[in-house]
Design a protein around this ligand. Structure first.
Ligand code: RIB
Ligand code: CA
Length: 324
C-alpha cells in the first residue's frame, strides 16, 4: 500500500519539534511520505520556525523533505511571538543553525504537493492557521483540496492558555482560524484537536529519559535535554508542574489515525473581532446557528498508547542512525 502523503504546517516550537521527530520516524519507516514542511510565525518568527524545522529533520537524518517558511505575519493582527514559552530561538536553550538559507516559496510547495498528490494529501497544522487561510483565500480552493485537514488549536468550553478563553494558535491569528472554519467544506470538515485533549499529552523528566533511550544514537537525542528543560521550567512557572504539554505530537497521531481517539461532529467558529475574546473557539453542538457541521472535534485520545506509538517511531530513528 502506498504510504499516505503528509504536509505539515507548523511553528517549531518545542512540541512541534517532537511532532517532527515522530513524523521523521514514520517517514523513515515508510509508513508515510512527509512531502513537505512549511512554517508559520507563532512560537517564534517564521524564519526561525523554518530554520528549526529543517534543523530537527536533519538531526533525525531526514534530508529529502522540502522545508519552506510561510507568511511572516498573521492575516491582520500584528505578530506576537512567545520566547518566554519556547525560548529566544524557539528551541528552548538550544540555538539551531542550518547551512543554507530558508526557502520562502511555501505556496509553490503547497501547489506542487497538491497537484502531485491530489486528494490523498493529509494536511496537519500545528501552529497558527495563517498559511492555510491565505492559501484558501487566494485561490478558489476549499479544504476539499485535501484528503484530510487536522488542526491543533482552540479550547472548547475549556480554559484557554493565552487568555481566559483562547488557545495560543487561534489567538495569534484569530482571523485565519475564523476563515478556515468558514471555508471548511461540509464534504470535508476539519478535525480539530483542542487543548481539552492535547493538554493531557504530558512529558515529564522520566518520560524524557525514556524517549532519549528510545532514540538511541539519533543526533536529536543529545539536544532534547536542553530543549525540554526550558519547556519544563515554563510549565512549572505557570503552575502546570515540572513537565510539558506536547500538544502537536498528539495532534499528528490523531491526524494519521495512529492513536485511538473520539470525535464529535459539530459547527466551530472563532471570535476574531473582540479584543477581550479574541481567538475564542466556539462549538455549536445544539444547532443554534443552524449552520452545517464543519468540524470533527476531538473529545478524547488514548494517551498511554500515544506514548508507546512515539517510542516505536523513535526506535525506528535509532535503528536508522545505527545503520548510517
Ligand atoms: O496552544 C498550544 C499550541 O501553541 C501548540 O501548537 C504550541 O506549539 C503552540 O504553537
Ligand atoms: Ca505549534
Amino acid at each position: 500500500m502506498t504510504p499516505p502523503p503528509v504536509l505539515l504546517d507548523c511553528d517549531p516550537g518545542i512540541d512541534d519539534a517532537l511532532a517532527l521527530i515522530y513524523l521523521a520516524g514514520l517517514h523513515t519507516r515508510g509508513d508515510i511520505r512527509l512531502v513537505g514542511v512549511t512554517t508559520t510565525a507563532g512560537n517564534t518568527t517564521t524564519r526561525r520556525t523554518a530554520v528549526n524545522a529543517a534543523w530537527v529533520l536533519a538531526r533525525c537524518g531526514i534530508t529529502d523533505v522540502p522545508v519552506a517558511a510561510g507568511r511572516a505575519e498573521p492575516l491582520k493582527a500584528p505578530l506576537v511571538t512567545t520566547p518566554e514559552t519556547h525560548g529566544e530561538h524557539g528551541m528552548g536553550y538550544v540555538t539551531p543553525t542550518v547551512d543554507q538559507d530558508v526557502d520562502t516559496h511555501w505556496e509553490t510547495l503547497w501547489d506542487k504537493v497538491c497537484a502531485e498528490h491530489g486528494e490523498s494529501l493529509q494536511l496537519i497544522v500545528t501552529g497558527p492557521c495563517t498559511n492555510l487561510a491565505a492559501w484558501l483565500g487566494e485561490g478558489s480552493q476549499t479544504t476539499a483540496a485535501f484528503d484530510s485537514v487536522t488542526i491543533m488549536g482552540g479550547a472548547v468550553l475549556y480554559q484557554g492558555n493565552t487568555t481566559p478563553t483562547a488557545e495560543w494558535n487561534f489567538w495569534v491569528d484569530p482571523d485565519a482560524a475564523k476563515d478556515v472554519f468558514a471555508q471548511a467544506s461540509p464534504e470535508l470538515p476539519v478535525t480539530l484537536a483542542p487543548l481539552n485533549v492535547t493538554e493531557q499529552m504530558l512529558l515529564d523528566p522520566l518520560g524524557l529519559e525514556t524517549l532519549i533511550a528510545a532514540l538511541g544514537g539519533t543526533p536529536i537525542a543529545a539536544d532534547l535535554p536542553e530543549i525540554l528543560r526550558f519547556y519544563f521550567e515554563f510549565h512549572e512557572a505557570t503552575g502546570a508542574g515540572y513537565q510539558a504539554q506536547i500538544h502537536d505530537l498528539l495532534t499528528c497521531m490523531i491526524a494519521l489515525g495512529t492513536v485511538a481517539h473520539r470525535t464529535t461532529e459539530t459547527t466551530v467558529d472563532v471570535e476574531a473581532d473582540s479584543e477581550l475574546t479574541r481567538g475564542t473557539s466556539l462549538a455549536d453542538h445544539r444547532g443554534h446557528w443552524q449552520r452545517p457541521a464543519n468540524a470533527h472535534l476531538v473529545t478524547e485520545a488514548d494517551i498511554p498508547a500515544a506514548w508507546a506509538e512515539f517510542h516505536a517511531a523513535a526506535r525506528t530513528l535509532a535503528q536508522a542512525a545505527a545503520s548510517r
